[in-house]
Design a protein around this ligand. Structure first.
Ligand code: PHE
Length: 345
């Protein structure tokens, strides 16, 4: 091959290569073009292999032309690669674009359970008097649920609480939130103002006003010089905040082994305003909680000196308060999880 032919072939190779590069539409075909023209066994190498047949003085010229062809092809390859990259990016952006002007999908919003609402309202009211919320365990020891509360084994007062026992000896499902009194006294130094809301369990036949699980809120105040008058004033303030200023209240004598003296706290029936109706069993009053001055034995079991400290405690039924608040007539509805009921709150 002579110089002229070789030069012409190189020019043809460049033109064909440029065209192949321009028409490559994806990275894979572009790479195939690169291998075909500039690879170790590519067309340019093969053509330049013929350089040995030229006279010595022509070789540098052909080498220079070969270099220019290589440079031209490499530049074109790079340019095309950049074009393909930006086209791919454009396509991705278009594909993944989010239309921010579309309206959002609506989602269902839940609401607080009426018992939770009631609990919060109770905590809010007592919170204004400095009471702080604590929680105790639902599985308790016989010691804290009964013995430390001045109810020894075999004491007839145990009949007040029909108990669900566990397989573990000495452990039971708490029948009231009162064991929380022991927890708090053992863990906190007076002055104590504690509120203990929680679920309780009793072995009861279920009907419209009894459940085997129900909710209570325990209150405990311990300080030097705490009196029954403090208890009465606090409970009055609570009843007025919950049921209105004009609602009369009263203390009746009661009995609990862990308080002495003990009382039942009544509010005038919110259904009949005291006239007497089926809801209040025609008495005109509704009992909303039990209370009393903490028994000295209980203070001692809580690690406190009854000569120095006095206290009061109360236990109110959350379900009972919620029933009065919302006019619900069947306690079972609270735990049935029927959305037709729950969505009303
Ligand atoms: N624990 C008692 C009950 O469940 C209520 C109560 C609490 C009474 C605190 C007095 C003091 O019946």
């Amino acid at each position: 091959m002579d110089l002229e032919t070789l030069s012409a072939r190189l020019a043809e190779l460049q033109a064909a290569g440029l065209e192949a590069i321009a028409s490559a539409t994806d990275p894979a075909s572009l790479e195939a073009v690169q291998v075909a023209y500039l690879g170790r066994r590519g067309e340019l190498k093969t053509l330049l292999g013929g350089i040995g047949g030229l006279p010595a003085e022509d070789r540098p010229r052909v080498g220079a032309i070969g270099n220019r062809v290589r440079e031209a092809l490499e530049a074109a390859l790079q340019g095309r690669q950049a074009e393909l990259d930006s086209a791919a990016l454009e396509a991705r952006l278009a594909h993944e674009a989010v239309d921010v002007t579309l309206p959002g999908r609506p989602f269902r919003r839940g609401s607080l359970h009426p018992l939770i609402e009631t609990n919060r309202e109770i905590a809010r009211i007592f919170g204004q008097f400095g009471f702080v919320v604590y929680e105790g365990p639902e599985v308790e020891t016989d010691v804290r649920n009964f013995q430390a509360l001045n109810i020894p084994p075999d004491h007839p007062a145990r009949d007040l609480w029909d108990t669900l026992y566990t397989d573990v000896p000495g452990h039971l499902l708490r029948t009231h939130t009162s064991p929380g009194q022991i927890h708090v006294m053992q863990q906190t130094a007076p002055p104590i103002r504690a509120l203990l809301p929680g679920r309780c369990f009793r072995y009861e036949a279920v009907d419209a006003s009894h459940g085997f699980e129900f909710f209570q809120v325990e209150g405990l105040m311990v300080d030097e010089g705490t009196t029954m008058a403090d208890l009465r004033g606090l409970l009055d303030a609570f009843a007025h905040a919950m049921f209105g200023r004009a609602r009369p209240t009263r203390f009746r004598p009661g009995y609990y082994p862990f308080t002495e003296p003990s009382v039942a706290f009544d509010v005038q029936c919110v259904v009949c305003d005291g006239a007497g109706c089926p809801s209040c069993k025609r008495t005109g009053w509704m009992t909303i909680l039990g209370a009393g001055m903490v028994h000295p034995v209980v203070l001692r079991n809580g690690g406190l000196d009854p000569e120095r400290y006095q206290g009061f405690a109360f236990g109110l039924g959350t379900d009972r308060i919620a029933i009065l608040r919302y006019g619900i007539n069947d306690i079972r509805m609270f735990l049935e999880n029927d959305l037709r009921f729950l969505e009303q709150f």
